[in-house]
Design a binder for this molecule. Sequence first.
Ligand SMILES: [Zn+2]
Length: 74
Amino acid sequence: MICPRCDTDKVEVMATSPVGHVWELYLCKTCTYSWRSTETPNKTDPKLYNHKFKIKPETIPSMLVIPPVPPLKA
Ligand SMILES: [Zn+2]
């Protein structure tokens, strides 16, 4: 399986529906994008995923880190 966001094949099944096996939840080990098998093709198909939101795996290490939440004020 190919990740819709970064186009790599490092995708694993993270969870399956507890009843009836009606969906699977996938997780990309490269960019941490996750999606359910029942979502619309523009979220699950690499060819239909919005190109504005695509990620190149080689740029991930240089992305900004979300700053930590500061301690509460007294
Ligand atoms: Zn990915």
